[in-house]
Each structure stands twice: as C-alpha cells, then as structure tokens.
Design a protein around this ligand. Structure first.
Ligand SMILES: CC(C)(COP(=O)(O)OP(=O)(O)OC[C@H]1O[C@@H](n2cnc3c(N)ncnc32)[C@H](O)[C@@H]1OP(=O)(O)O)[C@@H](O)C(=O)NCCC(=O)NCCS
Length: 434
C-alpha cells in the first residue's frame, strides 16, 4: 500500500468519530438560514456544504489545508533545481492534510507513474469524434469512456461494507488523476498538432511529463506545475466541485462524477472563462492592429463590451471580493519569465482599467480579476495559442481537489444529496403574498 493510502487509513477513523460526534450532538443547531433570493440566486453564499480540503475567504482567497498559495509554493517539496513544487506533493497535502516529505512525494510520483497508462480504446473513441468537437467534450468523453475500469463498481457489485467504500474510490481517483495529463496532452496533439503524439516519459514528474507530452520546452514544466496546483480546488460550492460531489453522492463512481464535474467546468461563467478572456483580448488586439492599445482605447473597449450586455471575462467572482491570489501567483510568474510580453502588458493594463469601470457600472460585487484573467496569456506566451484547450488544463488541475473530496465523501459516508424544493405559490404564501 502506498504511503499516502496508509496515511489516510490512519486518519479516517478519528475523522469519522469527529463528524459523527458533531452530527449526533449538534445536528439540530442552526448554521445559516435560507433567504428567498437564494432560491433564485444560485444559492449564493448559503452555508450548506462542508470540506476540510480548502477554504475560500472572500478577502484573503484560497487556503489549501490551511496554507496560502505563497506558503504552498514555499513549503512543498520541489524537483532538484526547480522553481515550482511537485504537483504530487500538492496531491498529498490536499488528500491527507499533512505537508509531505520528499519521500512521500516520491512515493506518490512512483504510484502515479504505475497507474498512468491510458487504455488504447480511449484514443479510438477520441479519434472517432467529429473534428470540430470542443476539447472539453473530448476530455469529458475520454473520462466517462474509462468508467468500465471502475474498481468501485466491481466491488460494489460483489457486495461491500459502507466502511470500505473509500478504498476502491481511492483507487479509481488515483487511476484517473494519473492518466489525465496524458489524455489532456494527447487531445491537444491530436487536435492541434496533426495528431503527432509525443509518448509520455513516466520518469518525469506530473507537470514536467505534461509539458514534455505537449511538446513545449522549459520553463513550461514550471508553469504546468504552478497551473495544476493553482486550479486544484476552490472549496466545495463552485460548479465543478459541487457537481462532482453531487453525482458522487448517488454512489456513482469517480469516472461518472468527475466527467460530470468537467461538463460544469466547460461553462463560460466557470472554467471556460479562461478561453473567453483570450478570445476577448484577441478581439482587442485585432482592433488595434495587434499593438498594445492606449488606456483610453482599452477603456472604450471595456465599456463597449459592458454596454452590449456582455461580461468582462476573468473579472468578478461569486465569493472573492479582492484580487484572486491565483491571479497574483500567475502575475509573479509572468513578471519573472516574460515581463516584456505584449499580451502580458495588455493584461496588466486591464488590471488598472477594468476594476474602476466595473465599480462605476455598479453591478459586479467584485470588480477584481480572478484566476482566468491571467492563465491564457501565460499559455499563449509558450506557444499554446489554441485557447479552446485552456479549460482542459484547468480540468487536469481541478481533478486533484474534487477527487480528493470524493474519497473523503466516501470515507465519512456523506449522504445522497437531496435538498427540498418548494413551489412559487408556497414561497409567496410563506412571505405573506396573497
Ligand atoms: C464569476 C461570476 C459568474 C460571478 O457571478 P455572480 O456571483 O452572480 O456575480 P455578482 O453577484 O457580482 O453579479 C452581479 C451583477 O454583476 C454582473 N457582473 C459580475 N461580474 C461581471 C463582469 N466580469 N463583467 C460584467 N458584469 C459582471 C453580473 O452579470 C450581474 O449582473 P445582473 O445583475 O445583470 O445579472 C461573474 O462575476 C462573471 O460572470 N464573471 C465573468 C466570467 C468569469 O470570469 N468567470 C470565471 C470565474 S472564476
């Protein structure tokens, strides 16, 4: 058994006791109240989910297992001479809650490389899809096509105690995570590089192997490690995390649950915003004959977008009320590696121009940039210019958080999710409308 699975096995009993005491002794205490607007307003802010893997503070941003992004970047083990930590260490941290040692990280890396072989039939499924299929549909289809590999399903069919559910869920989740970099990179190469596939190098770490299979040189390996880590988790209420949890609550296996989550990530208000940012920036650049616009013309373009009833992609957030630290981490990377990049200059200018305009418009509760405002420009700089692909990479990162949650969901026996709905008439009556 891997060190990480052993660590979980050690931790799960005490955690189960903690949750069961909380529910048994305090199950009737009120944490939050539902307001009418929340029934129509996407349940915004309603405190009705629980996770210990990450927490999103509106002002501070994300903490992974209690650590801020700069703390993770500083404390997680790194490959020799590298700037960015191993993704494998971040997996260990999210899943177990403990900062990994070098040995722990090597163990995860070894485990991933043993699980990483993608079944050949997946490439046949992908090759048979129409050429104009969106890469996110290919990614989701590849994941759900592997559902027949699920060990959870096999063991469930044979009859298994509820206490054991987490174990095959762990195996499925790890098998899936290990295969995603290759699936993603091969989708890219199939679709945008004339189907010239670069075979994996399992001896490389998660991020470096992805960069290698994409066919992009250093420091893209550093960027990949940073990118997957930053996109891993954003507590449990965001669409991709919530769907994965919801579908998993029906005891659907990790393949079904995660592919459903990816279908949610493919929405332009969620993960697809990173491609929309690039599309929008391209439109600005085209309008300006591919020169960085002046502040005045950029201001005009932002207002034009808003006045035509569209959102400024990459700005605003459902929870955050400050600049997203994931944006800041990517900005630091850009300042170090590509300070003179024209598109980066434009993104920096947008950071100055957009927030005051959104404040003046007075609609968005958060005028500051989110993770998606920056990610595409970094990809573009290293030659990954096919922005339809960007959300797939978001999905590879997001797997780490949502699949870790799914393992813990099964470990503590999270119930089938089934909130109650009311009719409009009932609501009108409840508030005194006759
Ligand atoms: C992320 C997002 C979906 C959050 O939605 P939300 O929680 O409903 O946001 P708010 O409460 O601030 O929305 C209030 C109003 O401001 C608008 N608004 C929010 N962000 C905006 C933006 N970036 N540009 C223009 N208008 C925006 C909303 O569309 C809404 O308008 P409405 O009252 O006409 O419906 C929203 O900010 C958005 O659409 N951003 C752009 C897409 C994006 O970057 N998504 C990735 C998020 S990580």
């Amino acid at each position: 058994m891997s060190r990480m699975k052993m660590k979980l096995q050690e931790k799960i009993p005490a955690y189960r006791d903690r949750i069961s005491t909380l529910v048994k002794e305090h199950g009737q205490e009120v944490i939050d109240q539902v307001k009418v607007f929340q029934l129509y307003g996407g349940m915004r802010g309603l405190k009705c989910l629980s996770t210990d893997i990450s927490y999103l503070d509106p002002d501070e941003g994300i903490r992974f297992r209690g650590y801020t992004i700069p703390e993770c970047l500083q404390k997680l083990p790194k490959p020799a001479g590298a700037e960015m930590p191993y993704v494998e260490g971040h997996v260990y941290l999210l899943l177990t809650g403990d900062m990994p040692t070098e040995e722990d990280v090597k163990d995860v890396a070894q485990d991933f490389s043993e699980r990483s072989k993608v079944p050949d039939y997946i490439y046949k499924v992908l090759a048979d899809m129409p050429k104009d299929t969106h890469p996110m549909s290919m990614f989701s289809a590849a994941i759900v096509s592997m559902q027949r590999e699920s060990l959870f399903v096999k063991q469930y069919e044979q009859g298994m105690s509820k206490m054991e559910y987490w174990q095959p869920m762990y195996e499925d989740a790890m098998n899936l995570m290990a295969k995603l970099p290759e699936i993603a990179a091969q989708i890219y190469r199939m679709k945008y590089r004339n189907n010239v596939i670069i075979p994996p190098k399992p001896e490389l770490d998660f991020g470096a192997n992805f960069a290698h299979m994409m066919g992009v040189d250093h420091p893209y390996d550093e960027l990949s490690r940073l990118y997957f880590m930053l996109h891993s988790d954003h507590e449990s209420g965001n669409v991709s995390a919530h769907i994965t949890h919801l579908v998993g609550s029906a005891l659907s296996d990790a393949y079904y649950a995660f592919s459903a989550g990816m279908n949610g990530l493919a929405g332009p208000l969620h993960g697809l915003a990173n491609q929309e940012v690039l599309r929008w920036i391209q439109r600005v650049m085209e309008k300006m004959d591919n020169k960085v616009p002046s502040k005045e013309s950029l201001t005009e373009f932002v207002w034009e977008t808003l006045n035509s009833g569209q959102v400024i992609p990459g700005y605003g957030h459902a929870v955050l009320r400050k600049t997203d630290p994931r944006y800041a981490a990517q900005r630091d990377f850009a300042l170090k590696h590509m300070p003179d990049d024209e598109m980066f200059k434009l993104v920096s200018m947008l950071y100055e121009v957009v927030p005051p305009i959104l404040v003046e418009q007075g609609k968005a509760k958060n005028p500051w940039p989110n993770v998606d405002a920056h990610s595409g420009v970094l990809q573009w700089h290293y030659g990954v210019k096919e922005y339809d692909f960007y959300t797939v990479m978001f999905g590879v990162g997001r797997a780490i958080g949502v699949l870790s949650n799914l393992i813990w969901d099964r470990a503590v026996g999270q119930a089938l999710e089934r909130p109650k709905s009311l009719t409009t008439e009932m609501l009108e009556k409840a508030v005194g409308i006759k």
